[in-house]
Unconditional design. Sequence first.
Length: 485
Amino acid sequence: MKEYLTLADIQEDLRAGDLTCVKLVDHYLQKIESNKHLNAFVEVYADEAKKAALALDEKIATQTAGKLAGLVIGLKDVLSLKGHGLQAGSKILQDYKAPFTATAVQRLIDEDAIVIGRQNCDEFAMGSSNENSSFGPVLNAADNTKVPGGSSGGSAVAVQAGMCHASLGSDTGGSVRQPAAFCGVIGVKPSYGRVSRYGLIAYASSFDCIGPITKSIEDAALILEIMAGADDFDSTVSEKRVPSYSSLLMWKGNARIGYIREAVESTAISLEIRQQTLEMLNRLRAEGHEVTPVEIPLVDALLPTYYILTTAEASSNLSRFDGVRYGYRSSEATDLESMYKKTRTEAFGEEVKRRILLGTFVLSANYYDAYYTKAQRVRRLVREETDKFFESFDFLISPVTPTTAFTIGEKTEDPLQMYLADIFTVQANVVGNPAISIPNGVDDNGMPIGIQVMAPYFGEEKMLAFAHYLSGLNKKVAEEYDTNH
Ligand SMILES: NC(=O)C[C@H](N)C(=O)O
């Protein structure tokens, strides 16, 4: 079967009768089978997907199909689909089944998207390499010795290797964008409050965002516009009207772009990433955009703020996993207290335990003001600085990551090194703004490099239009390169 970059292309062939949903689903199932070693899926809904495809082919024949007919998606193992397994990559949710469907997922299904399975991820979305999963690590399809990034690693690899057309991930500090960058695909973190979190397993509730992983900006825009908007089940979602992002992808005019000076100068960032980023910035300048280096005043405070506040929220959110009503329960327990202790000790992984400890520490009476309150204040300052930045600029551009995908096992012994992988992505979550990761070439070893565009709060419309334009620039350069060599 031919490679489809956009859903629109799939739908054209479906309409013309050159393709059926049944064939499409069979194709992805074969791809999942032949890429089993990548460990991207933890469960595949083969029969259900086939049945849905058959029914959808009839709808297409009678022209009653929804906007997402032909879209076969995978769900990160933190998104609820009623009656299906849901574990957040953790042993503690062993055999747990979702009692309802996440709003974002339901909205896609209502438009005839087909869910093909659930995807591997770091336990409770804590990680940047997908090595913290109770289902084992996911491998990068570009080089099987490298990590795919995390925590939505399975979701990114599934799209990278063509095992489904798109995936839904969640992004608390980069979990959609960083794996997208490591795998050479597109990842979107919407504004906080744009997409309902109902049915998403909580990690850090004031940071978590559901976002699409795709091969084209067109599909990311379409999926986002269908998922987004007010929801009675999540009071943090904005009532703001959702623009039709997918029909507003024409970028016009010149943008005022700020880029993080350090990101292209600091030797802590890989040389090839710096070069690729600079090249893109120069190209944008040559196209007439205003491109200015900026200092992010609180850049050193971003990671500490992120890791203090998210671990605090996580320690509270994860207290509900106690072995009482569902999931794993230790068989060694002798009384209630030992049941809690043994269950949590046996079923949570190292990284999750580390974060529960950190979070409990920063929330404890003696340290609350020194850490938690202080971090909240810094969060406020970062938001003010960011808002100020967007008074003079349309976009903030940076690499997505300081390095390309690293070798499996390279950073597992050093959690702080792992946290550093999030240096460029956490700001958008600390402040709530939207950001997108777009492929921007490869390094000398052929590993993908990403570039990030961050936009003002609720600025998805212009962010996606600009990202569309930027991907076009990238393609143009690649074509010129091909004709000159
Ligand atoms: N969940 C995320 O967005 C990933 C981030 N690396 C974290 O471990 O917190």
